[in-house]
Ligand binder design. Structure first.
Ligand code: FRU
Length: 309
């Protein structure tokens, strides 16, 4: 009998957090949000965390626990599992890669913990909300800008094609694939050819190395299309070291004030396309979800473009 009562108490206790999650928030209740950031190596991700922190400051009921997965997929999986075990009230995740992060996100969602997926996607739809910009559109805009620029090159005016190097992001993460597909749509029918392409994993040193290879193999390069500003900058540094930076136009994505916009102002990049972090929107929506409000499954953010013009 004693045993049965103990089991019942344990069972009831284990249900409390679940019930608390499902119910509308009580006045004065505190909420814990677990945020798993895939890495803090790029300024863009530091900015995302800063945006989240700033937005959360105006909600005294929220405490955000930040974890940095240091670009390690296994570590990020474990972080989400830790958040589930700690029974946080909501999880925000900016995943490194789509496929391997899908199972822990699904597990959290199935257990009744709301999950906001930010910037890079997971597979399927077992999460509460996705917030991010339209990477296909960003890639298309970059492609159309490059097509317009290519039309003015003397090589093209003489009937040739502009020679492009594409430095891709990590192709197992969704923005890289979308920025590539969007780009192809943007340069469709334009007098351009991609003469070299590589997966730089979103990393500046990797992009610099790949660009060194491209420069070694190709005597003539007109344009570098990089999937993010760190890669565009890495490519610029490689070209500069080879004394060829003035022959090439560099285009990137992210458009942070302290990074891409500054590069454009300095003349390092010709164009940078903004990729908003969504940090503020994640907190805005987290508050609604915790209050029991219905939120859209997907929020698409829009960005600006910064060019020399
Ligand atoms: C930072 C970053 C950004 C890029 C985004 C894509 O890790 O590489 O530069 O726009 O991730 O998810």
């Amino acid at each position: 009998m004693k045993k049965t009562i103990t089991i019942l108490i344990v069972l009831a206790a284990s249900m409390i957090p679940f019930v608390a999650n499902a119910a509308a928030p009580k006045k004065g209740k505190k909420y814990v949000i677990g945020m798993s950031q895939c890495n803090l190596g790029e300024p863009w991700r530091v900015q995302m965390n800063a945006d989240i922190r700033k937005a959360a400051e105006s909600h005294p009921s929220l405490t955000v626990i930040f974890k940095d997965a240091q670009n390690d997929t296994l570590k990020q999986r474990a972080q989400i599992e830790e958040f589930i075990n700690a029974d946080v009230d909501l999880i925000i995740v900016s995943p490194k890669e789509a496929a391997p992060l899908t199972p822990p996100v699904t597990a959290a969602f199935r257990q009744g913990i709301p999950v906001i997926v930010l910037d890079r996607r997971v597979l399927g739809n077992r999460f509460t909300q996705f917030i991010g910009a339209d990477n296909k559109l960003i890639g298309k805009n970059a492609g159309e800008w490059i097509a317009r620029h290519a039309a003015n090159l003397s090589r093209v005016k003489q009937g040739g094609k502009a020679r492009i190097v594409e430095l891709k992001g990590l192709m197992t993460s969704t923005p890289a694939l979308d920025r590539h597909l969007g780009f192809l749509a943007g340069i469709k029918d334009a007098p351009v050819e991609i003469i070299f392409e590589a997966d730089t994993k979103w990393l500046e040193p990797e992009a610099r190395r790949e660009m060194e290879s491209a420069l070694a193999v190709h005597r003539e390069i007109d344009i570098v299309y990089a999937h993010n500003d760190p890669a565009a900058h890495g490519a610029y540094l490689a070209a500069k070291a080879a004394g060829r930076e003035k022959d090439i136009v560099f285009v990137g994505i992210d458009g942070l004030m302290q990074e891409g916009q500054a590069y454009v102002r300095q003349g390092v990049l010709q164009a940078s396309f903004e990729y908003p972090t969504g940090g503020a929107e994640a907190i805005e929506n987290a508050v609604k979800i915790l209050a029991g409000e219905k939120v859209p499954k997907e929020i698409t953010l829009s960005g600006r473009s910064f060019t020399q013009e």
